[in-house]
Write a protein that binds this ligand. Structure first.
Ligand SMILES: NC(=O)CC[C@H](N)C(=O)O
Length: 434
């Protein structure tokens, strides 16, 4: 089903031959412009694809968020943020743009920031070759397999690296780069010359979506706070001077590369990668952008769209029985976060006509985060203090340690009918065994 959907999406963009392969790197200019592939990697490791998802090409700027993650992990936020900002530049990726005064690059997604970030990967004092090794190891961990370098692309790009060398010398003049500036540029271009496939990139993106744990290998590659930082910067800066359009039209943290790769990562959901070498004026893959626009609207992936789960957290809200033993039942569903739990608060706390007996039915809830748990415990506590009898229907025990404390009392049952039929909560119902 999903591969068919992907194949259909590829079919819809294949006719678009607008754009050009990257002309400023001779090796890339000769790439087959018709190559086209798309891959989804779920956070549980399932990978789907269609088209050229096993064709190797150089990662180029898609390496930038991953090396940024390594630098943040290796050197800490303070050291990295002192050298590289997080503001979108609104300029082309290879603009020689530095923050006035500090000389600090505006963000790690443009070349100035990425060259600086490259120099911050690994512990201080590494030799350039050791730093490239650290980066190769790190990006291989994100992919879940050993990545190799395309020496001919590296040589071709190094031969024409005038802009990157100019940027690096500007960084050196501000003390942002120290030591052998040319060696840093060479290392950065080696990082960009690592060979990946769309399948690899989808897994790398899924590792970010999966809080820094590679869903295939199970290896934790970087800590969660680093992932949040990287995804945030991808969202605001990943598509260079098309970042504004991207945020409104697609709305997924993303990163593009001039060899035609494009990735998107949605926290807790999915890693997406597309491959098509022809680029638009921003250096982003033309067909790749079209595919992401379609994925975002077809699957409701835009981060500003309310996920279905949160919208429908409160499945039903009804009363069973009548008179003093009537039971108000609130049936919740899906993965409960703050938004879902807040709906329960709105329904019951301070409600004008609320039955004495209230049941929160979690039978259809598959998970809840700590915020949701704390909100629901507070609801139970308040209802108890207001004189209500509260039941928690929780057959799968998705709510850990349901005791509200502070005078709150809840009776945990495994089936709703146990709450419906209860006459005397102390005798008829069992609490969760201690
Ligand atoms: N946007 C890109 O992919 C640019 C990467 C390329 N290696 C460069 O530095 O110019």
């Amino acid at each position: 089903m999903i591969p068919d959907y992907l194949a259909e999406a590829l079919g819809e963009v294949a006719a678009d031959t607008t754009g050009e392969t990257a002309g400023y790197i001779p090796e890339l200019a000769t790439a087959d412009p018709e190559r086209l592939g798309a891959a989804f990697a779920m956070v549980d490791g399932e990978v789907y694809g269609a088209g050229d998802i096993d064709t190797a090409f150089t990662i180029q700027s898609i390496s930038k968020p991953f090396v940024y993650a390594l630098a943040l992990s290796d050197r800490g936020f303070d050291q990295v943020l002192a050298k590289v900002g997080v503001e979108p530049s609104g300029e082309a990726f290879n603009e020689i743009s530095l923050e006035s005064g500090t000389g600090r690059p505006l963000n790690p997604m443009i070349n100035a920031g990425a060259i600086t970030t490259h120099s911050l990967a690994g512990p201080e004092g590494l030799q350039p070759t050791q730093r490239v090794e650290r980066i190769t190891d790190g990006l291989s961990a994100f992919a879940g397999r050993r990545l190799k370098m395309d020496e001919s692309v590296h040589a071709s790009e190094m031969e024409h690296a005038h802009r990157n060398l100019a940027i690096a010398h500007m960084l050196g003049s501000h003390g942002v780069l120290t030591g052998d500036v040319r060696a840093v540029v060479d290392g950065y271009i080696r990082q960009c010359s690592l060979l990946v496939t769309a399948r690899d990139l989808a897994v790398m993106a899924a590792t970010l979506a999966n809080r820094g744990v590679n869903p295939l290998s199970g290896e934790r590659v970087v800590p969660e706070p680093v992932v949040r930082q990287v995804l945030s910067v991808m969202f605001s800066c990943g598509m260079y001077d098309a970042a504004g359009d991207w945020a409104t039209q697609v709305g997924i943290p993303a990163k593009s590369g001039v060899a035609g790769g494009l990735i998107g990562a949605l926290p807790g959901q999915i890693g997406i990668a597309t491959f098509s070498p022809r680029l638009d004026s921003h250096g982003n893959s033309v067909r790749g952008v079209s595919l992401f626009e379609r994925f975002s609207s077809d699957m409701g992936l835009h981060v500003m769209e309310v996920p279905a789960a949160a919208r429908a957290a409160l499945r039903t809200h009804h009363v069973v029985g009548s008179g003093p033993s009537a039971l108000r039942v609130l049936q919740l569903q899906g993965g409960l976060g703050f938004a879902g739990a807040e709906k329960v608060v709105r329904e019951v706390v301070g409600a004008a006509h609320l039955e004495v007996r209230v049941a929160l039915d979690l039978t259809r809830v598959h998970s809840m985060d700590d915020v949701a748990r704390r909100v629901l415990l507070e609801v139970v506590r308040r209802l108890t203090l207001d004189g209500h009898e509260v039941y928690l229907v929780d057959p799968e025990e998705v709510m850990p340690d349901p005791d509200p404390g502070d005078g709150g009392r809840v009776t945990v049952v495994t089936h709703l009918d146990q709450a419906v039929n209860a006459q005397d909560t102390s005798a008829a119902l069992r609490s969760r065994p201690q």
